[in-house]
Write a new protein. Structure first.
Length: 252
């Protein structure tokens, strides 16, 4: 076992909310596997990792493309927080940003669930709610240096490309889990002030002109000015201020 894997095992065996790891070569999606385990009685705190997914999903049912072995595909289960669960995707985004910074990169967050480096997408988050737990899915592009890009993939990047060196995905995962545990504590305690302040500091969406398409198909245009206490995006429009709970954001 490598030193990075030792760090991961020590984290799970130590005083954190994560109690066990399941690593599979292939899954339809790690979120689906985590759901199955939860529905079968596994308590919150499970970490599910796959080397590749055959039916990976992003937000709004979009497919998530991965390169076998080139990404970190992980889903964790966590108890439903005492605080506002709508803040959990923001907590997950902050955890990924913390881990990527530890690799020496400058990171920005794009509301509600993307992590960017140099304006290109590097990671995404998908949170789903079950009766007894939340399933938090995270996809991070770790090393796509050998991947030929076309179409949407041309807008994506990976840690190894940006850092110009090999990257150990187990180190990245350990840092994500450690940071996610800490940010979820803020949500659990119902004290979102620090989380929201840090997210707004890291968020490239705040202060930019945006076009937001909501799940209902409505289009909101204006300047993003901040987040409210639930994590909704405040947009100043010609019609006045609007709080957007969910949607696809185009900057500029």
């Amino acid at each position: 076992m490598s030193s990075s894997e030792d760090r991961l095992v020590s984290l799970v065996q130590g005083p954190s909310r994560w109690h066990s790891i399941e690593h599979v070569p292939t899954a339809t999606s790690t979120n689906e596997l985590a759901k199955q385990r939860t529905e079968a009685g596994t308590p919150p705190g499970l970490v599910v990792i796959a080397d590749t997914q055959t039916e990976g999903r992003g937000r709004a049912g979009r497919s998530w493309q991965d390169q076998p072995g080139g990404g970190l595909l992980v889903s964790v289960t966590s108890r439903i927080p005492r605080g506002d669960a709508t803040l959990v995707p923001l907590a997950a985004g902050l955890a990924v940003a913390d881990a990527v910074r530890r690799q020496g990169l400058h990171v920005a967050l794009k509301w509600p669930n993307d992590v960017l480096v140099n304006g290109r997408k590097l990671a995404g988050v998908l949170v789903e709610r079950l009766d007894t737990a939340l399933v938090i899915g995270i996809g991070i592009d770790v090393d796509w240096r050998a991947v030929d890009r076309a179409g949407q993939l041309a807008e994506w990047t990976s840690i190894a490309e940006e850092a110009g060196r090999d990257v150990d995905r187990w180190d990245v995962l350990t840092d994500v889990l450690r940071s996610l545990d800490a940010w979820l504590c803020d949500v659990d305690e119902g004290d979102a002030e620090r989380l929201l302040a840090q997210y707004q500091l890291d968020c490239a969406t705040i202060g930019a002109r945006v076009t937001v398409t909501t799940p209902a198909g409505d289009v909101v245009e204006g300047r993003a000015v901040g987040l409210d206490a639930t994590g909704a995006l405040g947009v100043d429009t010609e019609r006045g201020p609007i709080a957007v709970i969910a949607g696809d954001v185009t900057l500029g």
